[in-house]
Design a protein around this ligand. Structure first.
Ligand code: NAD
Length: 260
């Protein structure tokens, strides 16, 4: 399915999963907006995409700020002519047992994962409606949209919340051609996960190798990490899927860690 002529905005696209999603969507013909807190890295990714013949625009965006989201989306629309695909992907991880979980960290987690998804949806969907063409909104959930793990109260809460948001957006947007789905990856080796391995080892009193084998990959069918490419392929599939036959769903890409 070609994305030729489409504009896709990916948040958190300066690193990891978001970066690969942006590269994949660009390779399929979309003009991509690399929206990230880290503008220098966003510009590097956009430069690479342009150098390989794609079209890309780097935009500075803190997804927790309504003003920044509105400004970034307005910039994308004025330079590229609209928004057809939104990938709400920006995210961080903070692990701690709940009795030690700082309220400020809880609020920060919910702001990035949930406020970010709400604000980018609100800003982008208006343009999808106005164009008369609808669009595809893809939220970066997680196996933690369906499963719980120790130490991750805020993350699991936020990722479960995205399922609810996607279902509402699917219902509201359906009559106007907007689809909304959640992609739910298992563990992917990105900076977000690399940071967690020593933190979890310390909290759980086990080695880093045990965190990988006995915590992160224990329930998979083959002991393998999911890759950024696995996730980006799923996002590209949802971005290009043209009908509302596939909306309000979550697709789990996790080597069988979670089966629905
Ligand atoms: P990453 O750390 O490699 O990249 C995250 C990007 O988000 C960074 O470029 C960062 O600058 C950006 N970001 C952080 N806060 C932001 C903000 N307020 N506004 C805009 N950008 C911001 O992480 P990743 O592993 O690629 O994670 C991306 C998404 O995938 C997250 O939502 C994460 O929860 C989800 N996810 C990751 C995994 C995994 O194992 N890595 C698994 C399931 C889901």
């Amino acid at each position: 399915m070609s994305l030729q002529g489409k504009v896709a905005l990916v948040t958190g696209a300066a690193s990891g999963i978001g970066e690969q999603c942006a590269r994949k969507l660009a390779a399929q013909g979309a003009a991509v907006v690399i929206a990230d807190l880290n503008l220098a890295n966003a510009q590097k990714v956009a430069g690479d995409i342009e150098a390989s013949g794609g079209k890309a625009l780097a935009v500075s965006m803190d997804v927790t700020s309504e003003e920044a989201v509105e400004a970034g989306i307005a910039q994308a629309v004025s330079k590229l002519g609209g928004i057809d695909v939104l990938v709400s992907n920006a995210g961080i991880q903070i692990v701690n047992p709940i009795e030690n979980y700082a309220f400020a960290d809880w609020k920060k987690m919910l702001a990035i994962h949930l406020d970010g998804a709400f604000l980018t949806t609100k800003a982008a969907i208006r343009h999808m409606y106005a164009s008369g063409k609808g669009g595809s909104i893809i939220y970066m959930g997680s196996v933690h949209s369906h499963e719980a793990s120790k130490l991750k109260s805020a993350y699991v809460t936020a990722k479960h919340g995205l399922l609810g948001l996607a279902r509402v957006v699917a219902k509201e947007g359906g009559p106007r051609g907007v689809r909304a789905n959640v992609v739910c990856p298992g563990f992917v080796r990105t900076p977000l996960v690399d940071k967690q391995i020593p933190e979890q080892a310390k909290e759980l009193g086990i080695t880093e190798a045990q965190v990988v084998k006995d915590v992160m990959l224990k329930e998979t069918v083959d002991g393998e990490f999911t890759t950024v490419d696995d996730v980006a392929n799923t996002v590209a599939f949802l971005a290009g899927f043209e009908s509302a036959a596939l909306t309000g769903q979550s697709i789990v890409v996790s080597h069988g860690w979670f089966m629905q």
